[in-house]
Design a protein around this ligand. Sequence first.
Ligand SMILES: O=C(CO)[C@@H](O)[C@H](O)CF
Length: 530
Amino acid sequence: MSTCDESTYLGFDFSTQQLKAVVVNNNLNILQETVVQYDSDLPEFRTTSGVTVHKDGHTVTVPVLMLVKALDILLDRLKIAGVDFSKVAALSGTAQQHGSVYWQKGAYEKLQSLQPNRFLHDQLRNAFSLADSPTWQDSSTRMQCQELENVVGGPQKLAEITGSRAYERFTGPQIMNMYQTKRAVYNNTERISLISSFACSLFLGNYAPIDYADASGMNLMDLQTKEWSPEILQAVAPDVEAKLGTPVPSYTNIGPVSKFYVERFGFNPECRVIAFTGDNPASLIGMCLKKDDIAVSLGTSDTLFLCLSQPKVILDGHILSSPVDKDAYMVLLCFKNGSLTRERIRDTCAEGSWKLFNELLNSTPRGDFGNMGLYYDTQEIIPFVKGDYRRNKANVEVPRFSGKEIEVRAVVEGQFLAKRAHAEDLGFTLSKNTRILATGGASNNLDILQVLADVFNSSVYTLEASNSAMLGAAYQAKYGLMHQDISFADMTQNLPAPRLACTPSKDATEIYTPMVERYRAFIKTITNQG
Ligand SMILES: O=C(CO)[C@@H](O)[C@H](O)CF
């Protein structure tokens, strides 16, 4: 299907708590958005914030069929909203990273023979050898992480090969755990997808390849060669390469949309399916990140990422292949305790109201009278700790603060001090050209963004849409069609510039630079390194 002014592009975001879609026109302007909230729209799956936290407190899964059923609902909502699918020239998507989907033997035939008069979820009910897929919030694979690092010669070596030391949520340790503890599932699995490539497979009516950017979050792909590392695969499980397929550049034009969508929804048979990718790489696309930019995504997880022209070896954080240039890279820091932790403090200190939360936040001075709090509802990634930690002005640990307003400011300042400290540990130096581009749900809260601007002593900008991952998927749909003819920068040059949201207060640097050092000392103590 040739692109023309009438063409539209579809982007899907299978994120942790919801499935979203956006339709953009040929100029990448938003025409339509819609969402399915897993918990409320699909209560039969009994998820909380989109997942099931198991009794061991470390295993965290998502019901795969819930994601399929969410797509059925979402496409119907788009149709009811009047979207003309025949104009969609290409579609792409994104998803929570690291999660793994296990397709049962025989699922390929089911994908190939989808009937347009039946729901997807009805036809794929028996397509998965594991009903509940591990997600990025899972931390049950500590042992497999140790094994993987030992096999290659330690965390530094694994980071040199794959871009990260072993992490519990990464797909390599997860597959290893599957092989070791659920052998029957592994043996009954003909294909292993990430959640992004699983979603892409639904549109392709075939197994979709894993893209380089999301493959970088698996501890399996050699970042230099962009191929699975034979040494690592061998350690993970037998015959795993055949189940993974071959990774591809993130903007690969894979093939036409499955005829199921042509016949059921009126898609153009020439509509192309572009490789799906992880939500953080997709955010980088949606934000059109530039060299001096730092992106901060304030979602279920909080992440910080920036562009890199050459890879580097880091032990706290991740180097991923760039989603828009297969020869470039991105640095990613992920903080598992993001919006859900802010919401917990909102509920305990501000009666569940963001209005009151913001009032309490603004009633306290920058620096919170010298108090500092670190709050980890679930096992954190950076640092590897869990629980609440508070210190007063004298740097003495205290069980609680004197007022709710102190706690409210402490959770926000603590989360942002962590981001600045670890970004600087990566070698990023804040300068007068630094722009902080904020995205994700909390980027709609200007009071929280003001703290971000103060802690980083940098101006904070926001985009037209707070969901940059979903937008990035739609941009990738067009880029996948055109990348041989135009650079991503040229394709997106006419998009509106990010809007200035907050500038740092005059005393920001004198208040927060010392606090960053206090944060570093604080986590050394709580991780027993001090
Ligand atoms: O684990 C993460 C990144 O490494 C998270 O940001 C997930 O992608 C959130 F879905």
